[in-house]
Write a protein that binds this ligand. Sequence first.
Ligand SMILES: [Zn+2]
Ligand SMILES: [Zn+2]
Length: 154
Amino acid sequence: MTQLDPLESAGLADSVRAAGLKVTAPRLAVLGMLQHAPHSSAEEVFAGVRNELPGTSVQAVYGVLAAFTFAGLVRRIDPASSPALFECRVGDNHHHILCVRCGDLKDVDCVIGAAPCLTPSDTSGFTVYAAEVTFTGLCEPCQKQLVLEGSADQ
Ligand SMILES: [Zn+2]
Ligand SMILES: [Zn+2]
């Protein structure tokens, strides 16, 4: 269980207020959890805040995350074949890389200047605001694991 220190709690309350939302205990707990553990699913956030908020439910956490996403305080990522993930790092148009074996997800910074860092060949007349790319591959621990498993076969 992560108990928030008063200074951190005040910072979280400011962020919630700045997003135009009312400050509530569940909102502070959920935001605090996401700052410590970016790219968490609603279930993971719930597991992280349930001790702090004994009366809360997964549904309540989903509600808080939806309100945060709508207010632009939190970014929702929908990787293929895994639950939606949430993070506090918004507005910088960064991308993600996903391990296809263990589901580990990491941030990938834009490499070519400001957002959007990808130029589509045809936008069908759209004005592009952002680009969201999920790279897939194998993380380092999984690569090592596969090498170990491969050598055990021989
Ligand atoms: Zn992996
Ligand atoms: Zn991210």
